[in-house]
Design a protein around this ligand. Sequence first.
Ligand code: ATP
Ligand code: MG
Length: 396
Amino acid sequence: MRIILFTGKGGVGKTSISAASALRSAQMGHKTLVMSLDAAHSLSDSFDLDQRLLDHKKGALIQLEEKLWLQEVDVQEEIQRHWGEVYKYLAMLLNTSGLDEILAEELAILPGMEEVSSLLYINQYAREKAFDVIMLDCAPTGESLRFISLPTTLEWYMRKVFKVEKHLMKVMRPVMSTMYSVPLPDDSYFESIQSLYEKLEGVDKLLNDPTTTTVRLITNPEKIIIKETQRAFMYFCLYGLCIDAIVVNRILPPQVSDEYFTNWMNTQDRHLSQVEEYFTPVPIWKVNLFKDEIVGKEDLIHLAEALYADKDPTRVFYAESPYKFLKENRHYLVQIKLPFVSKADIDLSKSADELIIRIGNFKKNMVLPRRIAGARPSGAKVEGNTLTVFFETLEE
Ligand SMILES: Nc1ncnc2c1ncn2[C@@H]1O[C@H](COP(=O)(O)OP(=O)(O)OP(=O)(O)O)[C@@H](O)[C@H]1O
Ligand SMILES: [Mg+2]
């Protein structure tokens, strides 16, 4: 199965490009699902669907063509369905004053529920082999990052916090409930999290496997948007996702000759060369600004032609995983492709079997292969696009 994420800054063309890619994929014979991860859904508008059909099918799969399905997840309903017990407990907590510090911290860690609902579907469809390809129209960059960091966060929560907490609660609940002003979670809270976790098991492997999952970053030839694309590129690498194309959308075509646009044309030219410089060897696809907005099947077919010519959109166009584990003499090397970031912005630490990398507000707990986990970290360097962390072994 293939999973392709389309993301980028607000308004760059994510929805149109996901829709066009999905339509082309289905027309080439792949059983395709295009799913919206953005709470402000607009996929159905891009396909110009009848609102009555949507009201009727709210949140469910809608078949658009022989091989094409669309789904706009209804987050509120999903939260009720999957997070019933957890949600009830959290709501009660939030209504209780004097929130204990540890509990508050735990609340902050608990993964975003919107993202969980989409991941649940993806994992379910993958397990059922329901589709050949799932194309994801993601929310703007920041939220997409929360989405892809979630399996790591949840994994960490289950391994480190959940087990201890569940055990403690069993022993301590009778004593603690009289000591604390905050209500403590009961068994159903734990059962609920445990069952969610089981349903999500394996999704991190799917996302980190470049033969399954790739990300296409959509950008426009404008300074601020390209800056955000660079940041997004780096963070996706941090979470081990492979970016297989950069799409530069809304380029003014050469036939625009009105003097009013002269500066725009020059600026776009300059930024286009920069994009080449920044992101090569990842393939860069250029798409012109169309004569009008892109709405409905016919427009989407034209957009797909501009994007893919006669290529199959489900191909993996660039397959290098951002993580590499190597051995050199007595050292193990963990290499992570992290472009557009300086060493000063990276904070590294190691605890037990994991390497913890913090950049800005994002944290990646990378579980190390067993042979490296036992070794002593002996240095780190950033060279070119790559962070290398060295581990020293005692064995010969
Ligand atoms: N190459 C293009 N030429 C003309 N219009 C375009 C092009 N790409 C996108 N558009 C139009 O720009 C608008 C925004 O596009 P779209 O909804 O795909 O962006 P988005 O990144 O999904 O936005 P949001 O962040 O709000 O979800 C739409 O009206 C769409 O039809
Ligand atoms: Mg959109």
